[in-house]
Design a protein around this ligand. Structure first.
Ligand code: ATP
Ligand code: MG
Length: 554
């Protein structure tokens, strides 16, 4: 959070480049590989890339890094577009690295003609064996000195499908003794007879990451190509290729990957959770995928706020999940509509309230809203559902809720006094009997009586029913990916608790996906994507307070 103020180090670089006239406008790109759904780490990268061009002018492209034919699917492309838009960003061009296959092929021919690339018949094992180690130089491949013409012919035959997978590669001719192992004649192309999600069977040779990413950046005139720290050693090759090809000088800058406590930020591992049915799909509300967080009720504003607060860093660290939850609460507190819902009901009977009578009381929609959220009518009657936990037979110290003889205010309605309670044979409380104080009606209380506590309620005859899903963190340990053994063994067995039948006030009956509610005293909730009229399902987005902070102080 120290980076919250002032410029981050990438903004410093951008400002310097603009001041010097190195570029007249900034172009960035967000380059996901369409092999999974986006997660909170990607959100950080999206906010960084789009945030820079929003701040300094210029534009950001969305480029699908789809050079690997086997893992990419159209479903992922669609979800990525939806997620970036939902976060609130608009790209200038939607691009695919696969659109550059022909251009990249021509770049490769250019390198061959310059004597800077050759076709190698070595197997991947042979290539590895000659690679050397960080402390020992590698050795030249026996195929390194082929003539330009021979290389051109072979490379064309590779493209035409004359050879089988793995039998040949195209390699850059740099230096097998280079101190940077990635500069020891890196492979630029490999043969793969595989179907590609966009180019079909047109190609059977595919460029490697290093021969696609920088070149794509350059084709798009990307000025600042931002990537995560593992690409630091690739920068030298990035620069070498651009220099030798004499193309637009894009520059690579690295920042630290963002990881969050109690969750996973790796598409591969998230896919494992989906495939092994630990979760209900990529958009399971417990997943920190963007689609999961959306379904859970997080808002784009709160995710963007979180990304701004954590800023970017040069070194990896774990960001506390409670900071993300804090940002969600902050925003929902301003926008969520207040409603009453009882999740664990017990009946409260008002013995002195005329049988069959009902009346409307008015309750605030959102006292925190900017332009005063107004009120709504709620039907009050002599039989109410209240939360079981709001009654204690033998009250604890400082108990301000219901107990024998105690007074409590029913939210937006009357003060009631508990006179008695009824138990079944097993000792479970089945009903609480109270009398109400008619002069104590909220807004017009002339009773002179004060109740210390206020509890929520819904009228039995007017309540609607709903399923409510309570989520907790998906993992029991801070950093499941770093623990011993498979990370799935640290899944929190109580990460989902389903309340089959909760009672909700009438006004919630028409709740639809996307709406945000605060169930008074219970937390923030939103209708699930599978919620439907008559079969309502609500997801708890987040509790009202940070319950985990309390846990750790115990
Ligand atoms: P994963 O391991 O989850 O597949 P990735 O880096 O392979 O992640 P890409 O689709 O290649 O995923 O990433 C698209 C962009 O998002 C890249 O620029 C990458 O650096 C960035 N990115 C991915 N994960 C994170 C993260 N945890 N924090 C910050 N940026 C990230
Ligand atoms: Mg990747």
């Amino acid at each position: 959070m120290t980076e919250e103020k002032g410029l981050n180090f990438i903004e410093d670089i951008v400002e310097e480049d603009l001041r010097n006239g190195k570029y007249t406008q900034i172009v960035t790109r967000f380059p996901p590989e369409p092999n999974g759904y986006l997660h909170i780490g990607h959100a950080s990268s999206i906010c960084l890339n789009f945030g820079l061009t929003e701040k300094y002018g210029g534009y950001t492209n969305l480029r699908f890094d789809d050079t690997n034919p086997v893992t990419e699917e159209t479903e992922y492309v669609d979800s990525i577009k939806e997620d970036v838009k939902w976060l609130g960003f608009q790209w200038k061009h939607e691009l695919y690295a696969s659109d550059y296959f022909e251009a990249l092929y021509q770049f490769a021919i250019d390198l061959i003609k310059k004597g800077l690339a050759y076709v190698d018949d070595s197997s991947s094992e042979e290539i590895a064996a000659l690679k050397g180690t960080p402390t020992e130089p590698g050795r030249n491949s026996p195929y390194r000195d082929r003539t330009v013409q021979e290389n051109l012919d072979l490379f064309e035959s590779m493209k035409k499908g004359a050879f089988k997978d793995g039998s040949k590669t195209l390699r850059a001719k740099i230096d097998m003794a280079h101190i940077n192992m990635l500069m020891r004649d890196p492979v630029l192309y490999r043969i793969k007879h595989a179907h590609h999600h966009r180019t079909g069977n047109e190609w059977c040779i595919y460029p490697m990451y290093d021969f696609a990413h920088g070149q794509s950046d350059s084709i798009e005139n990307v000025t600042h190509s931002l990537c995560t720290l593992e690409f630091v050693p690739h920068r030298e090759l990035y620069d070498w290729l651009i220099e030798k090809l004499e193309i637009f000088p894009s520059k690579q800058y690295e920042f630290a990957r963002r990881n969050l406590t109690y969750t996973i930020t790796s598409k591969r591992k998230l896919l494992q959770l989906v495939n092994e049915n630990h979760v209900d799909g990529w958009d399971d509300p417990r997943m920190t995928t963007i689609s999961g967080m959306r379904r859970r009720g997080f808002t784009p504003e709160s995710i963007r706020d979180f990304c701004t607060r954590i800023g970017i860093a040069k070194r990896e660290n774990l960001v506390d999940m409670s900071l993300l939850e804090y940002c969600v609460r902050e925003h929902l507190n301003k926008i969520a509509i207040r409603r009453m819902a009882v999740l664990d009901p017990v009946k409260l009977i008002i013995t002195n309230y005329p049988a069959g009578q009902t009346e409307e009381v008015f309750s605030e929609n959102n006292p925190e809203a900017e332009n005063n959220g107004g009120t709504r009518p709620v039907v009050f009657s002599g039989e109410l559902w209240i939360e079981r936990e709001d009654f204690m037979e033998t009250p604890a110290k400082k108990w301000f809720r219901l107990a024998p003889g105690a007074l409590v205010r029913l939210k937006s309605a009357y003060i009631v006094k508990c006179d008695d309670f009824i138990k079944d044979d097993e000792g479970n409380i089945t009903a609480i009997q109270c009398s109400y104080i008619p002069e104590s009606k909220s807004g017009n209380d002339v009773s002179g009586i004060r109740a210390k506590g206020t509890i929520h309620w819904v009228s039995v005859a007017h309540a609607a029913e709903a399923e409510v899903r309570l989520y907790d963190r998906l993992f029991t340990v801070e950093n499941p990916a770093a623990e011993e053994g498979d990370f799935t063994s640290y899944i929190n067995p109580n990460s989902l608790q389903i309340v089959k039948k909760a009672y909700i006030e009438t006004a919630l009956k028409d709740a639809v996906e996307g709406e945000k509610f605060q169930f008074i005293r219970k937390g923030y909730f939103t209708p699930d994507t599978h919620s439907a009229p008559g079969k309502l399902v609500f997801n708890r987005t987040v509790t009202l307070k940070d319950t985990w902070a309390k846990e750790s102080k115990k």
